[in-house]
Structures are given as structure tokens and as C-alpha cells.
Design a binder for this molecule. Sequence first.
Ligand code: SF4
Ligand code: SF4
Length: 377
Amino acid sequence: MTVDVYRRLAHFLDQLPGGFPATDSGVEFKILQRLFSPEEAEHFMHLSLIEETAKVIGCQASKPVEEVSERLAGMERKGLVYARLKEGHDSQYSAVHFVVGIYEFQLNKMDTALVEYFEAYLPYFIDPEVWSKVPQLRTIPIGESVAATTAVMDYERAEALIQRHDRISVANCICRLEKEILGEPCVKPVETCLSFGSGADFYVRNAMGRYITQEEALGILRIAEENGLVLQPDAAQETTFICCCCGCCCGVLRTLKNHPAPAEIAASAFVAVHDEDLCDGCGLCQERSQMDALYLDNGIMSVDRTHCIGCGLCITTCPNEALTLERKPEAEERYVPRTTTDKYIHLAKTRGVLDNRKMAKIFLQSRKDRLLAERDS
Ligand code: SF4
Ligand code: SF4
């Protein structure tokens, strides 16, 4: 019975756009057993990605609203559901993907055993085939790495993304925290993960982060540039977060680096271009590249276009301005959905877990549950 609930939960999570792939070792079940009680697992399967009140979810689960409210509040504290609280309104809850979601929300609960499970699961999690079509994160250029003459969209400018928000939080990077627990602490700063809007509220409410001002958030971007961290926001124009990542700890960058051609699967509109006439071979750019995308060939520095993800870190520190960041040809650029919801619909359809019929069914079910909840109140 208990095993069965975790099998059903694994399937349920895999049917969400972000997926929850099966492994040969079964480590994914160890993760679920560690995070969810059997009762929480059952509750989770009454949620969808549509935000609903406890009353509506109670109707769906045929359970008293008080019991459901209490359970959901507890699950929010454990990072197992997403919640949006608005003054004067009932709290709204939704299911949350394993990544980005449940994994990141374990920030305060990590220990050696959990980190080892996550590390064992990482190679299964990112399917390069799917990621190349619908990435969950994208890479945007750091600081002033793009020349004024190069076209840059507003959603590709980290500063502009931050300036859109009045509620911003910063949290510790879960990947660098993981490495610290494993006894391999990273030399780069840890408190660098930015969330916006209701995501910021969620982090602060659940003691995972603290609110900061726009100025402080812009300061985090400067810290990222100084320390050679790659900017990776949500792969949507209206981004909900920006990660500041290093190639040694970040699960996504580590996975990309293991691919023979990371540039083919990473979502970036830019690529570094090298001018050998200006280069004195100092090697600083090699130290900066988190993707090992620069190499010496017969004493001449070159950019490996198949590895460059257009982060711009090598550009801003080249003493001779021998590197520039250029926009890729339009045919090589990736589609960036407008919202996170658009991204997830696109991802779910690409993974084959959603079609228009299933989507209509989910919306109709939500409507029915809301009507029933209204009738019963
Ligand atoms: S940092 Fe600039 S000058 Fe130094 S090796 Fe790289 S491209 Fe050449
Ligand atoms: S060469 Fe490396 S540091 Fe430079 S833009 Fe490409 S990935 Fe970033």
C-alpha cells in the first residue's frame, strides 16, 4: 500500500510538465519517501498546476476543508506544494514540479543522505533531447558583455528583468549548498538566487530567503559578474527567478558540460567571438568560462562554439577587448515563451504528457470543483 502510493506519486509527478523520470536504481522512490508521508503523497495527487483554494481541493479529495487546509499549510512549509497568499483572499495552492520546485524548496532540509539521493538522480533528470526543444532555464549575458551595437531584447537584460519587480528575494544557492554538504565547498558566493513576485513571497514566508530592494538585487548581479557566475533565468520572457550559477556545482551546467555540444541544448541567443589580432594569450578568459569553451590551439586562443553558451563572462574581463558577444543567426535562436505557464504547456506537449483534450479536461475539472465548493459553502 505504502509502496503503491509512492509509485502513483512518481507517475503523477512525471505527468507534470517538468517530469520525474524513472531510474534503474529506484533512487527517485527514496527521494519521495524521504520528502512525503503517505498521506501527503495522497494529498499531492489531488492538486493540479491550476491554483485552487483548500475548499476546492477538499471537494476534489472529498475531505473536510479544515483537514485539507492544515495539511496543505504543512506541505507548504515542507516545500511540497506551491502557495500564493493574497491579503483578504483564501490561500491558493497548486502542485509543484520536482525541478524547478520541490528540489529547490528543500533548501533548509538538506543533509548528506538527501544530497546523495539528489546527486544520484541528477543524470536522469535532464533529458538533452527534451531540453534542446524546451529548456527550463536560459542563459543571458552578464553586465556589459554585449556591445551597444548588438541587438538585445529586454527579456535578455538581467537589469531590466529585475527592474520589472517590486518584490524580490534572495536565497542561498541549493547547488553550492549541496557541494558544501558533500565536503566540496565552492569558493563562489552562496546567497545569490533571486526570485520575484509571488516566488519571492514564497521563499521569504518559508524562511528560505529574505526580501531585498531592486538596488540590492542589482548588486547581486555585480557580485555574479565579479565571481564569474552564469546568469540563468527561467526560460520565459516574464521570468520568475534568476539563478547565478557556477560550472562546478550547478546541476544544469554540470549536465550541459557532460554533453558533447552544450551550445546545441542550452538556450542562449549569443555566442563569444574571438579576435586573435587583439589577443595576447593571457588565459584569463579560460579561467572565467564555466563551460570550458575556450582553448589554446597552437598558442592561439579560440572559442569552441559548440561549448559556448553566451554567458559573456569571458568578455568583461579580457584586458585587450579581444572577445565580443554576438547575436546568433536567427535560425539558431530559441523560442522564448512569454510566460512560465506558456513554457510549461510547451514543455508538457513536447514531452507528450499533454494535449488539447487533456488540457480541456483539467480546466473542466477545475471548474466543476469550484462550482461544487461554492455550492457546499
Ligand atoms: S582574456 Fe583576452 S587577451 Fe587574454 S587570452 Fe583571453 S582573449 Fe586573449
Ligand atoms: S566562451 Fe565561456 S565565458 Fe565566454 S561567453 Fe562562451 S560560455 Fe561564456
